[in-house]
Design a protein around this ligand. Structure first.
Ligand code: NAD
Length: 364
């Protein structure tokens, strides 16, 4: 959380934005609905900034700002490495989704999105569902991931889960020479929209799945559907496991958890899993853990909503998502050949595309 520390040390928002060259940050406030939101646009070289809206009860505004800056940068890299013509953006709504979310709040948020005139296109993220997006859509056309009943592509989470599963299999292939997950002990932390779909793939393949979630009802729900074991938050990182799949929020790969973590692979859906990219990306490498870069393997949802913008084709979206397997293998190879952390290999590839296409756009 070094960025929060920076902020509290007196850096201005513009100074924070300059660290990773964010283009624009919009603060949204509306007393009548209780809406407090931040929209961050990281980069629009490849196209309009697309990224979901997250609703979360952040402890303070600095935490929310830090999250949205990190998430929007991740979206630029995700689109770039996946070959999509999209920029990176993200929004956060501050507050407990189970308590303060309402039609009016979502529609007011939609008005703010609309005021950006297409520079930012929103979608679902943690704490937001397709119904909420219907409300946003009442105020703006710059929405993706709409319900199928409205002609949209529906919840992107199953596609995201498929991509994570592909990335995980690529990691298994690299680590063990065989991409089968049968008998592998996999811990899925966070069994929400993506987590539950991932669990289904893993159980089907014969993996030994452990789950954890802060909400008891989620655990009960998944236990009713699949043969899984529960692991408590206290025991999670001490558990002997083959694969750790973070599917809740980011920054779980940090000093404390890494000191206990015993696994061969990290591959999950959560964005920004490395608390500090430089420090923890290097640490996982030193520990001999193969880290599948988050923005690479969780790109299925983005592929799906991008397809919606172009005229939705589920089969094409799934085929493109399946290709995450090959891209992930390639990143692992570059990382091994150049002896660099996997996140560095992935970042380099994403930055290269943004730079090259940026030059093409400037040419006649
Ligand atoms: P979700 O809100 O449906 O699920 C998140 C789950 O994590 C919830 O069940 C929540 O209770 C649980 N959780 C939160 N904090 C936790 C903690 N500390 N320990 C254990 N469980 C915890 O969200 P989702 O759509 O499944 O997304 C999961 C992650 O994947 C997020 O980081 C999201 O940004 C990322 N992601 C999602 C998609 C998508 O298509 N939905 C695409 C790319 C990335």
């Amino acid at each position: 959380m070094s960025d929060i520390k920076d902020l509290l040390q007196g850096n201005s928002v513009l100074q924070l934005m300059s660290i990773n060259n964010h283009e624009q940050v919009v603060f949204c406030n509306d007393q009548s609905t209780g809406l407090k939101a931040i929209i961050s646009i990281h980069n629009t070289v490849l196209g309009p900034a697309l990224g979901g809206t997250r609703m979360w009860a952040y402890n303070n505004d600095a935490e929310a700002l830090n999250d949205v800056l990190r998430l929007s940068r991740g979206m630029s890299y995700k689109a770039a490495i996946t070959g999509l013509n999209l920029g990176g953006g993200k929004a956060v709504i501050i507050g407990d989704a189970r308590k303060i979310k309402s039609e009016a709040l979502m529609r007011r948020f939609g008005k703010f999105v609309n005021s950006l005139a297409g520079k930012y296109i929103t979608a679902e993220d943690v704490g937001i569902n397709t119904k909420d997006m219907e409300y946003v859509k009442m105020e703006t056309d710059y929405v993706s991931g709409l319900p199928t009943s409205m002609g949209g592509s529906g919840d992107p989470s199953p596609v995201t889960a498929y991509g994570v599963y592909m990335g995980m299999k690529a990691a298994a292939k690299t680590k063990w020479g065989n991409d089968s997950l049968e008998g592998k002990k996999v811990v899925v932390q966070g069994i929400g929209h993506v987590g539950e779909n991932l669990v289904a793939y893993l159980v089907k393949e014969g993996a030994k799945v452990y789950v954890n979630d802060i909400f008891e009802d989620r655990v009960q729900n998944i236990s009713r559907q699949h043969k899984v074991d529960f692991v408590s938050a206290e025991n999670l990182f001490g558990l002997d496991m083959d694969i750790y799949a973070p599917c809740a929020l980011g920054a779980t790969i940090n000093d404390e958890n890494l000191s206990k973590l015993k696994c061969a692979i990290i591959a999950g859906a959560a964005n920004n899993q490395l608390a500090d990219e430089k420090i923890h990306g290097e640490m996982v490498k030193e520990k001999g853990i193969l880290y599948a870069p988050d923005f690479l393997i969780n790109a299925g949802g983005l592929i799906n909503v991008y397809s919606e913008l172009e005229g939705y084709n589920r089969e094409r979206a799934m085929a493109q998502t399946e290709n995450i397997y090959n891209t992930t293998l390639n990143i692992f190879k570059i990382s091994a050949d150049q002896n660099i952390p996997t996140y560095v290999a992935a970042n380099k590839l994403a930055e290269k595309r943004i730079e090259e296409i940026g030059r093409v756009k400037l040419s006649f």
